[in-house]
Design a protein around this ligand. Structure first.
Ligand code: PLP
Length: 344
């Protein structure tokens, strides 16, 4: 088998299923979205001689990217070292161990950059100890957004023109990459990123993050701010309500970042009839059975007992204090352009 064929044993799990959600709104429902960028990054590293057969892969992750790497490591015979933190739930932890990954948990945040930075610091130590190991670096490796050409192509094949793309933003790879590809065909594509308060990705002051999978306390280079027309911030309870709506109304059992994207896409679609809207749904709900899909756990979430807002509050600056669903007209500007003006 060629290197390429060898690297693509899980290829059938990479692409999304496109599900009509009423009007011209579609959900791009992934089994595990991160399988695509993970495979692409390992494949490119192999081609460049940065990763050899049986080699070691080191990465920082507390979620789906680590799982995708662990699945690929099993299929392709790599050793995997993952640096994670308390946000790693025990089921995923057990699964990673069964997949043969060596998992290290960091429990003390760095002075700046929080746990995310502490994980990266520990990772650097590993990379120095295990010389010759490969760090995919999903936050900074441009192969991450590049891998999404395949997803954009699938949307065009199935739907023709896409007018609006909505998705959660973490590393930035999926939204930045897919928007960039779609705009080569549709320059007027409207791209909406979904974030959460206290995440620095679009300028909120850094603070504790309570919605895993999106947002962050450090700013990855893979968030290409100039791709985004609009940014929305949802608090966890709002994302969780939307996740349940997606399940109850459409039978889609997805994770909370999918719910967040669904809420925003549904709102935009309602206000822009006739426009084809695609929302990215990055993972399935099984990992969240004891949290987002558990009524007892939900009762302890701030705002869970309140009726969710039907529409967002428009804010004049991304720095504004946010207690619920908010939106800002980003206008495809750079981070400095927007935050410069916000600080004026
Ligand atoms: C469940 C989930 N949703 C959304 C995202 C955000 O995707 P991206 O990293 O491409 O911005 C991630 C990233 O890890 C994720 O794990």
């Amino acid at each position: 088998m060629s290197t390429r064929a060898l690297m693509r044993k899980l290829e059938d799990f990479e692409g999304p299923r496109l599900v009509p959600l009423g009007g011209d709104l579609y959900g791009a429902s992934f089994f595990l979205m991160k399988l695509l960028p993970a495979r692409f990054m390992l494949e490119r590293a192999t081609e460049r001689g940065l990763l050899r057969p049986g080699g070691t892969v080191c990465e920082s992750s507390s979620g789906t990217f680590g799982l995708a790497l662990a699945m690929l490591a099993v299929q392709h015979g790599y050793k995997l070292i993952l640096v994670s933190d308390w946000a790693l739930d025990r089921h995923l932890h057990r699964r990673l161990i069964e997949l043969g990954a060596e998992v290290t948990i960091v429990d003390r945040p760095a002075l700046t950059g929080g746990l995310q930075q502490a994980r990266l610091d520990r990772l650097q130590e590993y990379l120095q100890e295990a010389s010759g190991s490969f760090w995919p670096s999903q936050y900074y490796n441009s192969d991450n957004p590049l891998s999404y050409g395949k997803v954009a192509e699938q949307f065009v094949d199935r739907l023709g023109k896409v007018d609006c793309l909505v998705g959660p933003v973490g590393s930035g790879g999926s939204m930045s990459g897919t928007s960039r590809y779609l705009r080569t065909l549709f320059p007027d594509l409207y791209a909406i990123g979904v974030d959460t308060p206290n995440s620095v990705l679009f300028g909120q002051p850094s603070g504790k993050l309570n919605l895993s999978g999106l947002g962050g306390n450090i700013l990855p280079t893979n968030v290409d701010h100039s791709q985004f027309d609009e940014v929305h911030w949802l608090v966890p309870a709002e994302a969780f309500h939307a996740t349940h709506d997606l399940h109850r109304k459409h039978g889609l059992f997805m994770g909370p970042t999918s719910g967040a994207a669904y809420r925003v896409a549904q709102w935009w679609s309602r206000n822009n009839p006739g426009k084809t809207v695609v929302a990215l749904f990055p993972d399935e709900g099984h990992r969240y059975a004891e949290t987002v899909y558990d009524e007892k756990w939900l009762e302890k979430i701030t705002g869970w007992s309140e009726l969710p807002k039907a529409s967002p509050l428009a804010v004049g600056t991304p720095r504004a204090p946010m207690s619920g669903w908010s939106r800002f007209a980003w206008g495809r500007r750079s981070f400095d352009d927007v935050l410069g003006q916000a600080n004026d």
